[in-house]
Write a protein that binds this ligand. Structure first.
Ligand code: PHE
Length: 518
C-alpha cells in the first residue's frame, strides 16, 4: 500500500470518533506538508468517503530572520552570553563583536572633522544591547556591564520555537511582528467530515470494469470510480475552413437555391480570346495592357479556337453586325491567342455561352441560369485592400424573357439573402454589356454606400458571334468575394486573410458564416 493510502486510512479511522477534522492539524500530526495531504483528500472526496469544506485561517509564520534565530540564537542572548562574570566595559564588549571605533576622517579640504563610519554591526549591536537590558538579561552600573543572573534561557528563541501557541492578536505576537521575526500569512485548509460512502478503511477504486473481473466475479467486491459527467471532452485538432471558403460556400448555396448551376472554372490560364475578344473587348483596350493583365510566356500562345467562331468574332470587331459598326480596326489573330491569367470570371461565362449555343443547334432553345465562383488575376499594386489574385462570383441568366428589370430583381434577391437590403444601380460602361449598371449597397458599419458589384445585359455584338439566337437575352452580374468576407469577419487588411500572414488560430476560431435573411 502506498503512503497516500496510509494517510487515507489514518483520516478515515480518526473520523470514526471525531465528527470534524482539520487538515492542518492532521498534516502537523503526521509531520507532513499540508500540500502533500491535499492530493489524498481529493482522492477520498471523489470516492465520497469524505466531504471537505475549504477554510481560510490567518497564522503566524517565521520570517527569514526568525528562522535564523531559531536555528542559532537571538542577538540579545549572544550579548548576554559574551559578558564575563566580572563584568565588562562598553568599549571592550563592542570589541568582542568586532565593532570599529570612531575614526578621524580627513576631509578633502584639509579640515579635521569627526565622522562615524557607518557600521551595520554597530547598529545591530545597539539594538540587541537595548533589548537585552529591557528584557532583564543585563544591567549597567557606573560604566560596567554585567549579567543580571546566570543561566538565563534565550527567551526569544523559545518563543519562536512555540510560535503556533501564540495568539494572533496578543501583545507577544505584535512584538514579534514589529521586530520582523514573524509575520501573518493566510493559509487554506479543509474541514473534513464523513462522506456518503464513508468506511473506516479505504478500498482501491477501479477506473474501468474489466472482462477479467466480470468472468471471475471479482466485480461484486470491487469499488469503481464514478463517472464525471461534467468533464470536458478532449479538444480535437482538425482541419478548419478558411473564412473565404465559408463565404464562398454560402454564396454558392444561395445561388443554387435561386436555381443557378455552377460552371466549370478549373482553368486559370485562358486565351485572350475568351477573356477579351469573345466579350467584344477591343484589342487596344487599356485593360489588355501588361500593366493590368498577367501574360504567360510558356506557352505564349493558346491553341486555335474554332475558325468559324474566330472569323465571326473578328468581323464583329472589324466591321460590326447586328446593327453595330464594330470598332473599325485590324483585328489580330495572334493577339487573341495570347495566353493570360484570366482577369475575370466572365471568361468562363463567354465560353459557356458558346457551348450553350452549340447545344441549341442540336436540341433547340432552353433557358438556363449559371454561376461561377473562382480565382481571377490582375496586375495590381498590393495594399491593404488589393491582392493580385482574388475571387469573383458571377451569375448569368440565358432567357428569351430576360430583361433589365429581371436582372435588378435577381440582384436584389441575391443581396437580400446576404443581408444587404438597400441597393442602388448606377449606369456605367462595360465593353460587353449594354446597358451596364454598377451595384451599390448600404454598408451598415461604414454607414455609407459602397460599390459591391457590376452588371448588365450582354451586347448583341458579343452574343451573335457565339451563336446565341437574336431573340435570346443574357443578363449577368459579378462581384468580388474578398470584400464581403472582410466585412463579415472584420478583417481590416486583406494580407492577413490570404498569404503567409494568415493566423491559423483565427481561422480555427472564426464562426461559421451565417447571413441574416428576412
Ligand atoms: N466582369 C465584370 C468585372 O470584372 C463584372 C461583370 C460581370 C459585369 C457580368 C457585367 C456582367 O468587374
Amino acid at each position: 500500500m502506498d503512503q497516500k493510502q496510509d494517510y487515507a486510512n489514518i483520516i478515515l479511522t480518526q473520523l470514526e470518533s471525531i465528527e470534524t477534522l482539520n487538515s492542518l492539524e492532521i498534516a502537523k500530526s503526521l509531520s507532513i506538508n499540508h500540500q502533500d495531504l491535499v492530493g489524498c483528500l481529493l482522492q477520498l472526496e471523489s470516492a465520497n468517503y469524505i466531504k471537505t469544506e475549504g477554510q481560510k485561517q490567518d497564522q503566524l509564520i517565521l520570517t527569514n530572520e526568525g528562522t535564523t534565530i531559531l536555528n542559532s540564537q537571538s542577538g540579545e542572548y549572544e550579548i548576554y552570553q559574551k559578558i564575563p562574570q566580572e563584568g565588562i566595559s562598553m568599549l571592550d564588549l563592542q570589541k568582542l563583536f568586532g565593532i570599529e571605533q570612531v575614526q578621524k576622517v580627513k576631509q578633502e579640504q584639509g579640515e579635521k572633522k569627526e565622522k562615524q563610519i557607518e557600521d551595520p554591526k554597530k547598529k545591530q549591536f545597539d539594538l540587541g544591547f537595548g533589548n537585552a537590558k529591557k528584557m532583564g538579561y543585563i544591567k549597567m552600573d557606573k560604566g560596567l556591564i554585567s549579567k543580571v543572573a546566570n543561566d538565563l534561557p534565550d527567551k526569544i528563541k523559545l518563543e519562536l520555537s512555540q510560535l503556533n501557541t501564540i495568539k494572533l492578536g496578543s501583545q507577544q505576537a505584535k512584538l514579534l511582528i514589529e521586530r520582523k521575526l514573524a509575520m501573518i500569512s493566510t493559509i487554506k485548509y479543509f474541514e473534513i467530515k464523513k462522506g456518503i460512502k464513508y468506511a473506516n478503511k479505504f478500498r482501491e477504486q477501479f477506473a474501468a470494469l474489466t472482462t477479467e473481473q466480470l468472468l471471475n466475479g471479482e466485480w461484486k467486491e470491487c469499488d469503481y470510480k464514478s463517472i464525471n459527467l461534467n468533464a470536458e471532452g478532449e479538444k480535437i485538432s482538425m482541419g478548419n475552413l478558411h473564412p473565404l471558403l465559408k463565404v464562398r460556400k454560402q454564396f454558392s448555396q444561395i445561388l443554387i437555391g435561386l436555381g443557378f448551376e455552377e460552371m466549370p472554372t478549373n482553368q486559370f490560364v485562358e486565351s485572350s480570346f475568351w477573356n477579351f475578344d469573345a466579350l467584344f473587348q477591343p484589342q487596344k483596350h487599356p485593360a489588355r495592357d501588361a500593366h493590368d493583365t498577367f501574360f504567360c510566356s510558356d506557352p505564349e500562345l493558346s491553341e486555335e479556337v474554332d475558325t468559324n467562331l474566330r472569323d465571326k468574332v473578328k468581323s464583329m470587331h472589324q466591321t460590326g453586325g447586328v446593327g453595330s459598326i464594330g470598332y473599325q480596326y485590324e483585328w489580330s489573330h495572334e493577339e487573341a491567342r495570347k495566353n493570360i491569367l484570366r482577369t475575370h470570371t466572365t471568361a468562363v461565362s463567354s465560353k459557356m455561352l458558346y457551348r450553350i449555343a452549340q447545344l441549341y443547334k442540336e436540341k433547340g432553345y432552353f433557358p438556363k441560369k449559371y454561376f461561377s465562383i473562382d480565382k481571377v488575376f490582375r496586375n495590381e499594386t498590393l495594399d491593404a485592400t488589393h491582392l493580385a489574385e482574388f475571387h469573383q462570383i458571377e451569375g448569368i441568366v440565358i432567357d428569351k424573357n430576360a430583361s433589365l428589370g429581371q436582372l435588378m430583381g435577381i440582384i436584389r434577391e441575391f443581396f437580400r439573402q446576404i443581408g444587404i437590403n438597400k441597393l442602388w444601380f448606377k449606369p456605367t460602361y462595360n465593353p460587353y454589356t449594354e446597358p451596364s449598371m454598377e451595384i451599390y449597397g448600404y454598408h451598415p458599419v461604414l454607414k455609407k454606400k459602397v460599390e459591391i458589384g457590376n452588371s448588365g445585359v450582354f451586347r448583341p455584338e458579343m452574343l451573335a458571334p457565339l451563336g446565341i439566337p437574336e431573340d435570346v437575352n443574357v443578363i449577368a452580374w459579378g462581384l468580388g468575394l474578398e470584400r464581403p468576407t472582410m466585412i463579415y469577419y472584420d478583417i481590416r487588411d486583406i494580407r492577413t486573410m490570404v498569404g503567409p500572414e494568415v493566423k491559423v488560430e483565427t481561422v480555427r476560431q472564426n464562426a461559421f458564416c451565417v447571413f441574416e435573411s428576412k
